[in-house]
Design a protein around this ligand. Structure first.
Ligand code: ZN
Length: 193
């Protein structure tokens, strides 16, 4: 019988030999060409912009993946995950000003219309001293719509201010986002470029 104890010594030597510093990655790994995932150290990383643009491109090449027999499963999986990732990597968009404009103009027009009706009402000359029920209701509704128009203007100003101040920051932050295709981690690269 061969005693296995004699072979228990070499493995310890092999273990020692394994973590030799020869496998140390070159320090150039952090260059712009080789961005590494901070989580899994994979170099299979793409910017959010690239993933978004390729994700919309990927749909057209769905049929191509079927032809590559060996990589059908792989390509199908990547294609699907990329289109999902592309949705997650979509750039920020400006806030629409259509709602505030419609609210301001609509409420303003209605307020003007109702105010005109209140002024032209039969009891109008005595409206303040002796307001008839119809006229006072018209004035109340008119004021409500005026308030609505004012709120629409404030909303419009808020939207414009967000688009001017916040949107560029969001867009800049988005342009710095990189995503690891291996583990899905995302992070912001420095402003080095
Ligand atoms: Zn990773």
């Amino acid at each position: 019988m061969v005693s296995p104890n004699r072979f228990s010594i070499p493995p310890t030597i092999v273990k020692r030999a394994a973590p030799t510093p020869t496998a140390a990655p070159p320090p150039a790994a952090h260059s712009d060409d080789q961005i590494r995932c901070p989580t899994c150290k994979s170099t299979n990383c793409k910017s959010a912009r690239m993933i978004f643009e390729q994700g919309t491109h990927e749909r057209e090449f769905t049929g191509l993946g079927v032809g590559l027999r060996g990589g059908v499963g792989l390509f199908g999986g990547i294609g699907q995950s990329q289109s999902l990732m592309a949705q997650r990597c979509a750039p920020p968009s400006r806030r629409s000003q259509l709602g505030p404009v419609l609210m301001t103009v609509g409420c303003g027009l209605i307020a003007a219309f109702i105010t005109t009706a209140a002024i032209n009402a039969p009891n109008a000359p005595h409206g303040m001293n002796d307001p008839g029920p119809n006229t006072s209701a018209l004035w109340t509704v008119s004021v409500l719509f005026l308030i609505g128009a004012a709120m629409g203007l404030m909303w419009l100003a808020q939207t414009a201010s967000w688009n001017a101040a916040q949107f560029p920051k969001r867009l800049l932050a988005w342009s710095r986002i990189w995503v690891c295709a291996k583990c899905g981690a995302s992070w912001e690269v420095a402003d080095g470029k």
